[in-house]
Design a protein around this ligand. Sequence first.
Ligand SMILES: [Zn+2]
Length: 444
Amino acid sequence: MLKAIQRIARAGLAGVLLLCAGATGSAQDSEKTVVLRAAHLFDATSERLRSDAVVVVRAGRIVAVGGDAAIPEGAEVIDLGDATLLPGFIDVHSHLTLEPDENYYRKTLNELMRNPTEMAFYAAANARRTLEAGFTAVRHVGGREFIDVGLRNAIAADLTPGPRILAAGNAITATGGSCDRPPFPAQRVAPLTPREGVCTGADQCREAVRDQIKWGADAIKVCASGGVLSYDPVDVPQLTREELEAVIGEAHKWGRKVAAHSHGDAASRLAVEAGIDSIEHGSFLSEDTLKLMRAKGVYLVPTFMALDWVESHADGYPPNIAEKAHVAAAAHADMFRAALRIGVPIALGTDATVRPDGHGRNAMEFALMVEAGMRPGAALLAGTSNAARLIGLEAEMGTLTPGKWADIVAVPGNPLTDIRATERPLFVMQRGRVVRRDGISLLR
Ligand SMILES: [Zn+2]
């Protein structure tokens, strides 16, 4: 009982709401057993493809997997033919509340001009597209006005379709840091406060973490180094060791994992030593830092989709950003190969919002990781079981095994020989509910 209470406390409001939504939302399906069949099955417990591709689903959960699964009489059988069944995909680096735009200047103006209510409608549309693409869960690593918390609750209450969201609220950042606002004149745009994630000194950064948790964060995002799409040098450390230790220590005390935006090696090293759970982007990580990450089980979240776009469309950005994009992208490819060689745990994260067509095309990240040297099976694990483990939801999702939520995707043919099949899902099921079939979305 105590364990259950601790789990709910850790899961926060989202956990409570999900328990409620689970009780009502899946009631319509509770009596019905659905059997999924296909040519292949990738259960994400290994890189192997199985041929006994049968998954039995009841009451929103997987009850049996494999050729010898008992099929109850009266079960609905869905035969997906020459396809592969996989666990629902998970994107651990998402910003659904940010609206992509190929024009950097228009995007900046829109973000300033839209009020939170209007932004929430865009976020809901992005969430729907993400779910239709087979992403049944995302970790939302930073956005303004707690729109991610509101969207998470609305999805959990079945008001609007979308992936299960783990929300981080505002990212924690230094003044002028990569997650602060651009340096708009203070007379025109009010500087951000600790409640909005901008902090100085250990006490204020601890307060900033508590503020995010108070208003509903399930995870914490911290910006350890400079960024590409910001006005600071990309590789410098921004928060001090004391500030990072305060952020990470406080978050962990509350049962929240911490993701660090970090391109630079010195900043990443500080974050890893301070107990960070994942390094996001990681462009300039040295072999020494990668080895330390492997030793401490710290995940790398490479976000190829974002870097790939900014680098290939650098002309559309202010000159300082374009220059940083070229330097970071060049270092990032080498860093990723070193991470693979060293054996750093890797989880799939897209930063999809950086691309104008990004939300709903998250599965591109699988192919980008494979093109950079990752085995297709390892890339699939990064977007399923590894991602679930990083965000602490491995008991509920990430593998096709009995007891897990019935978050299931089917892609055509064999994704180990054609990784881009992940970008053409035929079928998507979220907690037992079919949201896409025959390649067509059933969401209205
Ligand atoms: Zn990001």
